[in-house]
Design a protein around this ligand. Structure first.
Ligand SMILES: Cc1cc2nc3c(=O)[nH]c(=O)nc-3n(C[C@H](O)[C@H](O)[C@H](O)COP(=O)(O)OP(=O)(O)OC[C@H]3O[C@@H](n4cnc5c(N)ncnc54)[C@H](O)[C@@H]3O)c2cc1C
Length: 448
């Protein structure tokens, strides 16, 4: 740290960041840069950093996942620590953190899915996107996900990139997934999949879809997959024509879909069907999903009943409350002003929120950088006026030790990462994610 006036003011200052996803790690970078904290501790529930970059971004998009190298830089500083495998709210409370740190920045993202609120949603074979994504990226807390036996038809609800990721992963020849970071048992399950038809269902038309063009083009270029689009869905009303005339994004999506609608079928073994202007009305089945009923969302549209054994709703992620912090159930976010957490309209001194938990599940990874920089500015602006904290960060370390929490340090993570790289190298591909906590800890101990 520089030996100037700010140093003496900053002496002994400590910050906690909760959640080591992009938002938390961009906030870390901004706080480290300003050198006002002597100690910054990053608490993370998973045994590994990077949040949805590791457990969300599709494994067949390694370039995007490589942003983790940039996010890791904050940990090069000696005054920064990683405390992985520590879940705030479970292993340590927010109040305990507030006692030990001058500032607490919460960036726990969104873990759950919005619901459709239709009959059949809880049948076996019906999943939220976050469950399926956690499974194929190897999240240690992924639930019990499996592709249904005899799967021939899968339905993905949603018109954003998460829906495209899921459709693509389901449609892709699994040979192409063997060189990715996916746990091997997931690749094996996908290789054994008998799915032939994947239906993408969008509530509105192509001019309003949130798909981005690289992902759309990628879908259209998949080997051994035919794209099926009903030309009737591409007949646009005046408002859509207007959107296409003025919005490049809308035009690209419409153009790509028109090109797909004109493509002759090649007899490929798998098909992706795009259904615009429809929403699910009911998921059918007694003991498991057997079909789905779609209803039209524009006048003159027709209802559609599809046999399907797998339904994935990719209609948006939704946050979960953190005990001890206010929470807006409708948006799934923590109320805030310039990143300062608000409790019934009043500022909760020294507590900040950034990332998806602040602004909702929108934007790309880089969007979190601007968000985190803003919040870091608020933290730094407040620093001199924050109330004296009653304890120091060691009090939190002691609590974790007393509670027997096995903290995964940065050095531990680097050991796990080296192991993942070695297994990936041996298989001739990307590092392979260790998907369960017990194995991750064994790997760390064996290497330590
Ligand atoms: C399926 C999917 C694919 C995506 N693909 C792309 C893409 O290709 N390109 C792109 O630009 N963007 C993509 N995004 C968006 C991008 O991942 C998000 O913008 C970004 O990850 C949000 O950052 P965040 O830090 O707010 O949340 P997250 O990345 O979710 O990070 C939150 C972190 O907090 C941790 N945490 C949660 N609860 C606790 C707790 N109680 N205690 C401690 N830690 C906790 C979590 O384990 C996690 O590590 C994708 C998103 C999804 C869902």
């Amino acid at each position: 740290m520089e030996d100037d006036g700010s140093r003496s003011e900053a002496a002994g200052r400590a910050a906690a960041i909760v959640g080591a996803g992009p938002a938390g790690l961009y906030a870390l970078a901004a706080l480290v840069r300003e050198e006002r904290f002597d100690r910054i501790d990053v608490f993370e529930a998973a045994p590994a950093p990077y949040g949805l970059v590791r457990y969300g971004v599709a494994p067949d998009h390694p370039k995007t996942r490589n942003i983790s190298r940039v996010l890791a830089r904050g940990f090069e500083h000696t005054r920064v620590r990683f405390l992985g495998n520590v879940s705030v709210g479970r292993d340590v409370t927010v109040d305990e953190l507030r006692a030990g740190y001058d500032a607490v920045v919460v960036s726990t993202g969104m873990l759950g899915d919005r619901r459709l609120g239709i009959p059949g949603e809880d049948l076996p074979g019906s999943y939220g996107a976050s469950e399926l994504v956690a499974w194929y990226t190897g999240h240690p807390e992924a639930g019990d996900v499996s592709l249904p036996d005899g799967l021939t038809s899968a339905t993905v609800i949603g018109a954003g990139n998460v829906a495209l990721d899921i459709a693509r992963i389901l449609a892709k020849d699994a040979t192409a997934l063997r060189s990715t970071s996916m746990p091997r048992y997931v690749v094996d399950a996908l290789a054994a999949s008998t799915v032939t038809d994947i239906h993408l269902v969008a509530r509105r038309g192509p001019a309003q879809a949130k798909f981005t063009s690289p992902e759309l083009h990628e879908l259209g270029a998949l080997d051994a997959v035919d794209l099926v689009v009903d030309p009737a869905d591409l007949v646009l009303g005046p408002a859509d024509e207007e959107a296409v005339a003025h919005d490049r994004h809308a035009k690209v999506t419409v153009d790509v879909c028109r090109e797909w609608a004109e493509r002759p079928a090649t007899g490929a073994p798998r098909r992706i069907h795009l259904h615009y202007w429809r929403r699910p009305a009911r998921i059918l089945g007694d003991d498991a999903v057997t079909g789905i009923e779609l209803e039209p969302t524009r006048p003159g549209g027709e209802a559609l009943s599809l046999p399907t054994q797998l339904v994935v709703r990719a209609i948006g992620y939704h946050g979960r409350p953190i005990p001890g912090l206010p929470f807006d159930e409708s948006s799934g976010t923590i109320p805030s002003q310039d990143g300062r957490v608000l409790n019934d309209g009043a500022t909760l001194a020294g507590v900040y929120v950034t990332g998806w938990l602040r602004r909702g599940p929108t934007g790309v990874i880089a969007t979190n950088r601007g968000d985190a920089n803003e919040v870091a500015e608020s933290v730094l602006a407040d620093l001199d006026t924050l109330p004296e904290r009653p304890s120091d960060p060691d009090s939190v370390d002691k609590l974790l030790a007393e509670r027997g929490v096995r903290v995964v340090t940065w050095a531990d993570w680097l050991r796990l990462e080296a192991h993942e790289k070695a297994t990936g190298d041996a298989a001739g591909g990307d590092p392979i994610v260790v998907h369960d906590l017990a194995t991750a800890l064994e790997v760390i101990d064996a290497a330590g």
